[in-house]
Design a binder for this molecule. Structure first.
Ligand code: HEC
Length: 114
């Protein structure tokens, strides 16, 4: 019984940590999204109703992304040509602008876009 309780407590702790690190990841992703030298996503996309300063109409307004599977979002950022051979969006993973961790952070942020 004691062992079970310890396990339950550990599980609760672990999920708490997972949440904390996920919100850090979202913050990091948001920063990448809005930083010119990193994702520069905001140059082409409007997200969460925020107005963009720039040309900004090249890409579609990002919405409903919380419904997308994480893998689909990852693939889109890694290499948009995979699903759209004539995409005007740069392949951030393929061209080495963003590394695996940075793309995962961006995906965590994209998952918050309703
Ligand atoms: C040079 C302009 C440009 C930049 C910079 C850009 N995108 Fe895009 N993006 C596009 C265009 C154009 C499309 C639509 C064509 C397509 O789906 O490939 C698109 C599509 C998308 C989609 C699919 C949206 C949908 O509803 O189908 C996602 C998600 C996305 N971009 C995320 C990002 C993220 C994240 C970044 C930054 C890492 C980024 N984009 C940077 C131009 C851009």
């Amino acid at each position: 019984m004691k062992k079970l309780l310890t396990l339950a407590a550990l599980a609760i702790l672990a999920s708490g940590f997972a949440n904390a690190s996920n919100s850090d990841l979202v913050k990091e992703g948001k920063k990448i999204f809005n930083t010119k030298k990193l994702g520069n996503c905001f140059a082409c996309h409007n997200a969460n109703g925020k107005k963009i300063n720039g040309p900004g109409t090249l890409g579609p307004k990002l919405q409903g992304l919380s419904m997308w599977p994480e893998q689909a979002l990852y693939d889109k950022v890694y290499n948009p040509y995979k699903t759209n051979p004539i995409s005007a969006m740069p392949p951030f993973g393929l061209n080495g602008v963003l590394n695996d961790h940075q793309i995962k952070a961006v995906v965590a942020y994209l998952k918050t876009i309703k």
